[in-house]
Design a protein around this ligand. Structure first.
Ligand code: ATP
Length: 262
């Protein structure tokens, strides 16, 4: 019989011990409402995600997936427990520091693409950096555009792009600032199945080739084929945390531009 370690107790066993932990949640509890209307959306959830992991968070409706994502991303505050992003405790930050972490270290992708219709794809992608008065790193920018396959769509406005292309632009916008982690909430929810599969493959490649870390809430059963870890929630608790085995190099980067930009 294996002896439980602190890691198993804390639910941190899915992290790769050799890679730096980018996201770590310890004993997160989130309760909505009071009295009879009280809902425990998260019940002492612990999770550690290592650099380069592509994690799918799955589970039935109401199991706490979005609440977990929002707490990890500092968009919601847990009642108890802690969240660390790249080793920094979100609870110890003031509003300004939290805003800076969200802006500089986190990327977000949602089901709705949230692109500004009057801007071109490239202007949409570069908008967060412009607002932060930052310049794009050219090699990284080129690698992101290349791997998402949207190089010939940069001058188009969102209305001139397919849903799949719009979501790729939204992913590029989330990636362009080289965030520590991308949080994605149902990113394939509005896509047809071919576009959804292609987006998942691309995200997987970005994790493998660029060392990007992605935590994604999804109902998409095909996610199992693209991610390398599936965390399952039920009633606010983690009931499964499985590594997804795949042959080495399945997501090998085709783009030469990806080399040397880590
Ligand atoms: N703002 C809120 N006020 C009250 N209850 C909430 C709030 N947000 C979520 N809940 C409740 O918390 C529980 C978890 O909700 P959450 O949205 O995290 O689930 P989910 O797994 O993401 O569901 P879905 O797959 O349907 O999006 C549910 O019972 C939900 O009704």
């Amino acid at each position: 019989m294996s002896v439980p370690t602190e890691s198993t107790y804390l639910g941190l066993s899915g992290a790769d011990p050799a890679a730096p932990r980018v996201v770590e949640a310890r004993m997160l509890t989130k309760i909505y409402g009071t009295g009879g209307a009280q809902v425990t959306a998260l019940d002492q959830v612990s999770l550690a995600v290592s650099r380069g992991q592509f994690v799918a968070v799955m589970g039935p409706s109401g199991s706490g997936k979005s609440t977990l994502l929002h707490c990890l991303a500092g968009l919601d505050t847990p009642n108890s427990g802690s969240v660390f992003i790249a080793g920094k405790d979100l609870a110890r930050m003031n509003d300004r520091q939290l805003t800076a972490v969200r802006r500089d270290q986190l990327g977000f992708v949602f089901q709705a693409f949230n692109l500004l219709p009057q801007l071109t794809a490239e202007e949409n992608i570069l908008l967060p950096l412009r607002l932060a008065h930052r310049k794009p790193e050219r090699d990284w920018y080129n690698a992101v555009i290349d791997s998402l396959g949207i190089g010939d769509r940069l001058e188009h406005r969102p209305s001139e792009l397919s849903g799949g292309q719009q979501q790729r632009v939204a992913v590029a916008r989330a990636l362009v600032g080289r965030p520590e982690v991308i949080f994605a909430d149902e990113p394939t929810g509005a896509l047809d199945s071919a576009s959804a599969a292609s987006l998942l493959e691309t995200l997987a490649r970005m994790c493998e080739a660029l060392g990007q870390t992605v935590v994604m809430v999804t109902h998409d059963q095909n996610a199992a084929g693209a991610t390398n870890r599936i965390v399952r929630l039920r009633d606010g608790r983690i009931v499964g945390d499985d590594a997804v085995a795949r042959p080495a190099g399945q997501h090998a980067a085709p783009a030469a531009a990806m080399q040397g930009v880590r």
